[in-house]
Design a binder for this molecule. Structure first.
Ligand code: SF4
Length: 368
């Protein structure tokens, strides 16, 4: 086990109970894991850093049960880093569509190309962190779970466990507290059974020390958990008060080809919202007004507004239906950058964001 440094900058409370040591902490977590942890996840494999990597990227901001729906399908299509690196983004997008946070997938794709260009997976923490989209915690997980070497992680689960166990006051996203948490995590993470501990501490956060209803009664850390002792478990981790998320209105154009029934889809630019995914054209009020002067709007069917929340704003998208002639269709395809006439099945296969799938559902519900 690692010997903890003599000093720590954690000031909230004593690190461990009188008789406790960092080793006891890890031992308790590991003993719990041996009996109650998850041992059968499809990415829990030895000697396959690629599988671990894909799972770690999918698991960012996303729960295990959601990832399970995507992981096997992704691995069946892209079983190796080479198979992912050699395709273009259009082939990757459908396998991520619906999972959200698409920048993750674009970075994964780019990083796969970087790995193939290097000829091998990184073997050091810094090497992993040099790849697109890999931060310190993911790199730590890859060292630990992917390469079976020493690695330390600090994902949301670990942060929750540690801030509660030590009742760490202050904004847990501030750089000062994040630095404290890394110090603490490094002290607590053992070198023996490092990969098991990495999985164990994540599992403990995901299944016992949960955000809303922690199951402290079953927790191996309860005896010296400061938040539990103070009856303030839900007070941690602390965050800055939330800013009010701005709301934006826009219009989504359902432009239908009068002869073929196809709709006009547009591939979004690779940077930005829903980057690289296919979408119906989204316009502001002025663009809609101009569109309406040129093309025939259908008022016979109206669809509900689609609400979609991003981290930094909420989008209210109002669908507007138009039908255009074959001549207008050709003209539009030339005018709208990245646009294509597609039937629904083909559009879905190319990868649509969730809001577009919801719109299609509402359209068909309204047509029945
Ligand atoms: Fe989390 Fe409760 Fe365990 Fe403390 S006792 S670490 S709050 S589950």
């Amino acid at each position: 086990m690692k010997t903890p440094p003599k000093k720590t900058n954690i000031t909230s409370s004593k690190l461990f109970a009188e008789t406790d040591t960092p080793d006891d902490f890890a031992t308790r977590v590991l003993n719990w894991f041996d009996q109650h942890g998850r041992h059968d996840l499809p990415w829990q494999v030895i000697n396959d850093p690629y599988k671990v990597w894909v799972s770690e990227i999918m698991l960012q901001q996303t729960q295990v049960k959601t990832v399970l729906n995507y992981f096997d399908r992704f691995m069946a299509r892209f079983p190796t880093v080479e198979s992912l690196a050699q395709v273009n983004w259009e082939e990757v997008a459908p396998f991520w569509a619906g999972l959200g946070y698409y920048a993750r997938a674009r970075n994964l794709h780019k990083a796969a190309q970087q790995v193939v260009a290097h000829g091998h997976f990184p073997t050091t923490l810094d090497g992993w962190m040099a790849l697109s989209g890999i931060g310190r915690s993911t790199a730590g997980a890859l060292m630990s779970l992917g390469l079976q070497q020493y690695g330390v992680i600090m994902d949301g689960n670990v942060k929750r466990v540690l801030t509660r166990h030590q009742a760490i006051e202050g904004d847990s996203q501030s750089s000062a507290i994040v630095a404290q948490l890394w110090d603490l995590a490094e002290q607590l993470t053992p070198s023996m059974r490092n990969a098991s501990y990495t999985q164990a501490i994540m599992d403990l956060g995901a299944t016992l020390c949960t955000t809303k209803k922690p199951l402290c009664i079953y927790c191996p850390l309860q005896a010296d958990c400061q938040a539990y002792a103070q009856n303030r478990v839900l007070d941690f981790p602390q965050k800055k008060p939330k800013k009010v998320v701005p709301q934006k209105q826009a219009y989504v154009l359902i432009v239908q080809h009068a002869d073929t029934g196809q709709w006009l889809w547009q591939q979004r630019p690779s940077e930005g919202l829903w980057g690289g995914l296919y979408c119906l054209p989204i316009v502001d009020q002025a663009e809609l007004d101009q569109f309406q002067t040129q093309f025939e709007r259908q008022f016979s069917q109206t669809l509900p507004i689609i609400k979609h929340s991003f981290t930094h704003f909420t989008w209210f998208l109002s669908p507007q239906i138009f039908v255009v002639t074959a001549t207008q269709a050709t003209q539009l395809e030339q005018q709208i950058v990245g646009s294509q006439w597609l039937d629904e099945h083909t559009a879905i296969a190319k990868g649509l964001p969730k809001a577009m799938l919801k719109l299609l559902e509402q359209y068909h519900a309204g047509s029945n």
